[in-house]
Design a protein around this ligand. Structure first.
Ligand code: NAX
Length: 330
C-alpha cells in the first residue's frame, strides 16, 4: 500500500467542494492505487461546519477504499498540517453593490492567512492550486505570504476555460472533443482572459484552416469562453460547480503526471518574463509538467498582433489587481 497523499480543500462544504471531494476520494485524482487523506477546511460558522459534517458523513457512506482518513476543521494549522496538496477553493463571494477592489482586499486577507499556515504546517513538497476568485491574484498573495515555500509551487486554475474553449471548437467543427488539441488560455482567469485558437488544431490541422469563419473565431468564440461562467449562472441560477471541480481534477493531474509528448496545458504560474508577461505575475501560460514536481513554460509560440494586444490588456488587469492588494503582503 502506498503512503497516502494528504489533500487539503478549503471551502469544502461549498458547491465545488461537493462535486470535487468524491472524485478525489474515488481515485480519479491520483489513480486507482493511491490512497488519500482529505483535510476539509471551512470557516468557523455553525452553518458551514454543520454542512461540512454532512459532507464528511456522505464521504464515509461512499465507503471509498482509497479514502484513508478525513480531517474536518476551521483551524488553518490543523487543516494544512503535513498536506502535500492545498486546493484553495473557498473564497468570499462578491456581494450586491460590493466594489471589485473591496473583494480583492477581503479575499486577499484570507489568502495571506492561508499562505502563512501552509508555510508553517504543510509537507516539504506541498503544492498549492488556487480556484477561489480572483484566483490569479489570490495565488500571488498566498505565494508572497508563504515564506520559505518555493514560488513555483503556487498555481491558479484556467483549466476550466481551456476545457470550455476545446468544447466550443469541437462543437463548431462538428468533431469529437478529442480531435481538438492545443487549446490555450493566456493571462488572467477573468473576462479579459485570452482564449487562443491560433495554436490549437483540429484533427492535426490549424483551427483557422478547419473553421472557415474567422470572424466567429475572433469574436463569438472568444467572448463565449470569456463569459461562459456568467452564462451558466444565468441558466442554472448558481455558478459552475461540476465543471469547475472537474477542471481542478484535470489541473492537479496535469501537474502530478507528465504531460504527453508535444502537448501543453493552460495553467497560471509565476511568469519568468516569457511572452512579455512581467516576471513575478501569476498568469496563464502553456505549461508542460515533467511528472516529478517540475514544470516549464512552453517556449517559441509565435504571438501575432491580435494575441499580443489581448495579452497586454489581460496583463494590465493583473498588474492592477496586484497593485490593489500588495500592501497586504509588504
Ligand atoms: P460556494 O459559495 O458554494 O462555496 C464556498 C465555500 O467556501 C463556502 O462553503 C464558504 O463557507 C467557504 N469559505 C469561504 N471563505 C473561506 C475561508 N476563508 N476558508 C475556508 N472556507 C471558506 O462557492 P463555490 O461555487 O464552491 O466556488 C468557490 C470559489 O471558486 C469562488 O470564489 C468562485 O468564484 C471560484 N470559481 C473559480 C473558477 C475558476 O475557474 N478559477 C470557476 C468556478 C468558480 O466560479
Amino acid at each position: 500500500m502506498k503512503t497516502p497523499i494528504r489533500v487539503a480543500v478549503t471551502g469544502a462544504a461549498g458547491q465545488i467542494g461537493y462535486a470535487l471531494l468524491p472524485r478525489i476520494a474515488s481515485g480519479a485524482l491520483f489513480g486507482p492505487d493511491q490512497p488519500v487523506i482529505l483535510h476539509l477546511i471551512e470557516i468557523p460558522h455553525d452553518k458551514a461546519l454543520s454542512a461540512l459534517r454532512g459532507v464528511a458523513m456522505e464521504l464515509d457512506d461512499c465507503a471509498f477504499p482509497l479514502l484513508s482518513g478525513i480531517v474536518q476543521t476551521s483551524d488553518l494549522d490543523a487543516g494544512f498540517k503535513d498536506v502535500n496538496w492545498a486546493l484553495l477553493v473557498g473564497a468570499k463571494p462578491r456581494g450586491p453593490g460590493m466594489e471589485r477592489n473591496d473583494l480583492l482586499k477581503d479575499n486577499g486577507a484570507i489568502f495571506v492567512g492561508q499562505g502563512q499556515a501552509i508555510a508553517k504546517n504543510a509537507a516539504a513538497d506541498v503544492r498549492v492550486a488556487v480556484v477561489g476568485n480572483p484566483c490569479n491574484t489570490n495565488a500571488w498573495i498566498c505565494q508572497q505570504a508563504a515564506k520559505g515555500v518555493p514560488p513555483e509551487r503556487f498555481t491558479a486554475m484556467t483549466r476550466l476555460d481551456q476545457n470550455r474553449a476545446q468544447a466550443q471548437l469541437a462543437q463548431k467543427a462538428g468533431v469529437p472533443i478529442t480531435d481538438v488539441k492545443g487549446t490555450l488560455i493566456w493571462g488572467n482567469h477573468s473576462a479579459t482572459q485570452v482564449p487562443d485558437f491560433f495554436h490549437a488544431t483540429i484533427k492535426g490541422k490549424p483551427v483557422t484552416e478547419v473553421v472557415a469563419d474567422h470572424d466567429w473565431l475572433k469574436t463569438t468564440f472568444i467572448s463565449t469562453v470569456q463569459k461562459r461562467g456568467a452564462a451558466i449562472i444565468e441558466a442554472r441560477g448558481v455558478s459552475s460547480a461540476a465543471s469547475a471541480a472537474n477542471a481542478l481534477i484535470d489541473h492537479v493531474r496535469d501537474l502530478h503526471f507528465a504531460t504527453p509528448q508535444g502537448e501543453w496545458r493552460s495553467i497560471c504560474v509565476t511568469s519568468d518574463g516569457s511572452y512579455g508577461v512581467p516576471a513575478g505575475l501569476i498568469s496563464s501560460f502553456p505549461i508542460r509538467s515533467d511528472g516529478k514536481g517540475g514544470w516549464s513554460i512552453v517556449q517559441g509560440l509565435e504571438l501575432n498582433d491580435f494575441l499580443k494586444e489581448k495579452i497586454a490588456a489581460t496583463v494590465k488587469e493583473l498588474e492592477g489587481e496586484r497593485e490593489v492588494v500588495k500592501a497586504l503582503v509588504s
